[in-house]
Write a protein that binds this ligand. Sequence first.
Ligand SMILES: Cc1cc2nc3c(=O)[nH]c(=O)nc-3n(C[C@H](O)[C@H](O)[C@H](O)COP(=O)(O)OP(=O)(O)OC[C@H]3O[C@@H](n4cnc5c(N)ncnc54)[C@H](O)[C@@H]3O)c2cc1C
Length: 442
Amino acid sequence: MTNKYDIVVVGGGTSGLEAAKTAAQNGLRVALFERKTDPAKVQRACAQMFLMNMDSFYNERMYFSKEQQKWIFPVNNFSVNYEGGYREFYACHFMAPNAEDRIEIGNYEANASGQGTAAVVFDKAALLRGLFKECLAADVDFFLERNVTQVNKTPQGVEVKTREGDRLVGTFCIAADGLNSRLARLTGLNRDRTFLFTSGSISYYVTGVAFERSEMICMGNTYDHNGLGPVHFCMLPSVYRDDEYWLYIKGAERFDFFTTKSSFSKWFKKIEVTHKRCAVITAWSPAREPFKDNVVFVGDSCWFAEAENTGALLSGHRAANAVCEALQRGKPDREGVANYLSWWQHNWAQTHDYRDFLCYAVFFNIFSEDELTYIHRIVDQKLFWSINPFNLYRHIMNGIKPHMEQIQSEMPQLAAKLETFSPASAVELMQPVTRAGFPAYR
Ligand SMILES: Cc1cc2nc3c(=O)[nH]c(=O)nc-3n(C[C@H](O)[C@H](O)[C@H](O)COP(=O)(O)OP(=O)(O)OC[C@H]3O[C@@H](n4cnc5c(N)ncnc54)[C@H](O)[C@@H]3O)c2cc1C
């Protein structure tokens, strides 16, 4: 059998499976390398939220069709089969260290009563299983338990080699190997990018949590004055069981402090950990463009921190269509996939400032515990409902703005900090901490 394909996809996660499926359904010859034995098995932590159509994300407004059992992407005109469960949630609350005061994104009561829009958590394994099945039906050649270690430009296209000894050639390669992308490093894509930080975290699935308005995502910082310092957390409903929650926190010590000694411990009197997942994030600034020597980059591989499954599906789909078009027009090069590159520029880099993602996370580096509590108390109006991570900071700042006069008179030092803080300073704050050898995102 010849080892020449139209596309060799590296990585069988959300973006790679969507790319392979789309290209094969369009009649291209597609191979896919994946490290795991089963592409549908989820090993890496993921909160599994979908933003839905109350706000746009990459200029798309997705929704779920119950009748068709599909996620629909109306702006980009495609859909993805889905037979898994989902659980609605109704707001995003940023919590003060005292576990009481909060900035409310979204009107919980209105969304829960059906007057507004709910966001959802979905089952990522079911999403991947559906994509995998569609890939098999469309005759994608899978090479599982393969670790891609080399990628080289050749006169025929791109040669891809694995540690296990495979060698395939594709006219194009689609790099879908995730956030810690080896292909971004090997091709030199990362040379134009700024390294920001590396950070690890554990996601605990817990039962027995008791708190009001429990169908929401809540996040914030609390403080251990006897050693750990600020402790950052994020918690939301789990899709697996009605009484289960996903709790993201940096490691066992902080988990113990948060659930047994912090002001939030009142929520966790009877908890049990059902299972855990972890993730390492290596964060770079976004690539200048998602292309290098006939390798087309999709999903997390060329973006900052996380494209999310929405971005992974959109970019996988658009990149595969662009490659089909390039081959049809006899332009197997950068010019051939220019549509994808301009779509990515417009809807990713120019629409979302990746630096906004970092802002809330560094609040505890800038504000004291008292200042944080004050900010979370003074914003008393409900803010625009969204969980787009690249817009949340702006919504919080819009919530603070009407109270600036009061802040200036009651907490002038805090007002000065708020006026000088910007997304650019959030990036600067991330870097020195990393250079000092500490994980940046604590
Ligand atoms: C803590 C956390 C919470 C998150 N929460 C959400 C959320 O709520 N909602 C949401 O939509 N997204 C969320 N995300 C982000 C989301 O999981 C990713 O953006 C998404 O999975 C990216 O898909 P991808 O296909 O680009 O990469 P991945 O899903 O990482 O897939 C990459 C694939 O490539 C394979 N691979 C890597 N290197 C090689 C190699 N050398 N050879 C062969 N195979 C290789 C991997 O095994 C993997 O299967 C979260 C992420 C984290 C870490």
